[in-house]
Design a protein around this ligand. Structure first.
Ligand SMILES: NC(=O)c1ccc[n+]([C@@H]2O[C@H](COP(=O)([O-])OP(=O)(O)OC[C@H]3O[C@@H](n4cnc5c(N)ncnc54)[C@H](O)[C@@H]3O)[C@@H](O)[C@H]2O)c1
Length: 364
């Protein structure tokens, strides 16, 4: 069993095949007074994982809550329902919530944990690639509102993250591509060497070859941490992680968070739009743009996103940027690319909605 541990300031991320079996010892060391454990688990996760988790929790009183993952149920009603259940069961702060699922369950259970009695122990077991390489890191928790995505939330770290790569075996390929999008983003914004590694290994990552997969998860976690640890509350630097996300979020809202376009696919589209604008504004070279585009083409990612790289579709989505969290006046802040491994500074490039519209008119 080859397991690696990435250390953040307040918690560790344990990565690898069968890392789930570290759960008992992690609970013992981080939650010594815990008596009750609430396991909030995505119902699509194969039952054998719940059995493994239960095996690790024999000494505790366990309560299992199955939940579905959809952006539509990632809301305050669901949070309130979970909190009422925990209150009824008289959970204390020294007890524990374990979230087992993708980014939706992780964000929601993290949020519940942060507000339940002003903060209960929380352990995250991310079960999608996107959650393992991105959403489990950095302490952002939250839910959606009718005004937009993730507008209600908190910053709250788990006691530990356990990323068992075995979870990924039951994940549909489309979801694996979603996680890969965030891995790619991390390489594009921070690490040219890692980008070159991805050029050679994308197909192996997408087919879950353990060695390259674990290496990519590990590397991705480290890159994300290098931003979030220096800017936990997203005052500046951390905004670089939003590369491709402003366009991506707008497209997701336009598609009503439906299955037609999921988060990672939206990010893939958003990164290409942002790179195209970077090239147009002479911030990055044509070569940089082409290197990224070629990676999409060589690894077949392009076919997942092609239909969204359409002028009318992008134009229609732009109005949904109004509620973007990166907007602090009537302008929206964008992160663009200088070269692979380096972005523009947060706050440097701000546009009004009509300026973005005219850019898209000219470029697509
Ligand atoms: N907190 C952060 O920093 C952060 C960062 C990025 C994304 N996010 C959030 O993450 C969410 C997206 O996360 P996601 O892509 O993991 O989505 P998700 O949680 O909806 O999971 C994707 C799909 O996979 C299924 N699933 C989960 N684990 C499975 C498994 N092991 N086997 C089979 N099916 C499984 C789910 O039921 C769902 O249908 C968005 O809400 C986004 O806002 C948060």
């Amino acid at each position: 069993m080859k397991i690696s541990r990435v250390k953040a300031k307040d918690y560790s991320i344990i990565i690898g095949k069968n890392s789930i079996f570290t759960l008992t010892s992690e609970i013992k060391s981080h939650c010594p007074k815990c008596k009750k454990v609430a396991v909030i688990i995505d119902r699509k996760i194969p039952k054998r994982f719940l059995l493994k988790i239960k095996k690790n929790l024999k000494r505790y009183k366990i309560f299992v809550f199955f939940t579905s993952s959809s952006e539509k149920i990632k809301n305050f009603n669901q949070v309130s329902m979970l909190i009422n259940k925990l209150l009824k069961l008289n959970f204390n702060r020294s007890d524990l919530i374990i979230g087992v699922g993708g980014g939706i369950i992780g964000d929601m259970t993290g949020f519940v944990s942060s507000i339940y009695k002003r903060g209960i122990n929380f352990i995250n077991l991310p079960s999608t690639l996107l959650a393992q390489v991105d959403s489990c890191i950095g302490g952002k928790t939250g839910v959606n509102s009718k005004y937009g995505k993730n507008l209600i939330g908190s910053f709250y770290n788990p006691k530990v993250v356990i990323s068992d790569t075995e979870f990924l075996k039951s994940l549909p390929r489309r979801e694996i591509i979603c996680g890969y999008a965030e891995i790619l983003k991390h390489a594009i914004i921070y690490d040219k060497k890692f980008f070159n590694f991805l050029k050679k290994n994308t197909k192996n990552i997408l087919s879950l070859k353990n060695k390259v997969l674990t290496k990519s998860i590990n590397k991705s976690c480290k890159i994300k941490l290098s931003f979030t640890e220096r800017d936990f509350k997203e005052k500046g630097l951390r905004m670089k992680l939003n590369f491709g996300h402003t366009f991506g979020h707008a497209l997701e809202i336009q598609n009503k968070y439906s299955n037609k376009l999921n988060h990672g696919e939206a990010v893939l589209v958003g990164m290409l739009i942002a790179t195209k604008i970077s090239k147009f504004k002479n911030l990055c070279s044509e070569n940089t743009h082409n290197e990224i585009l070629n990676l999409y083409k060589d690894s077949d990612l392009i076919k997942n996103v092609k239909k969204y790289l359409n002028k009318n579709m992008i134009l229609k989505s732009i109005k949904f940027m109004r509620n973007d969290k990166k907007k602090d006046d009537d302008k929206i802040s964008f992160i663009f690319l200088k070269r692979i491994g380096k972005t523009t500074a947060p706050g440097k490039h701000k546009f009004k909605i009509d300026q973005i519209e005219s850019l898209v008119q000219r470029l697509f």
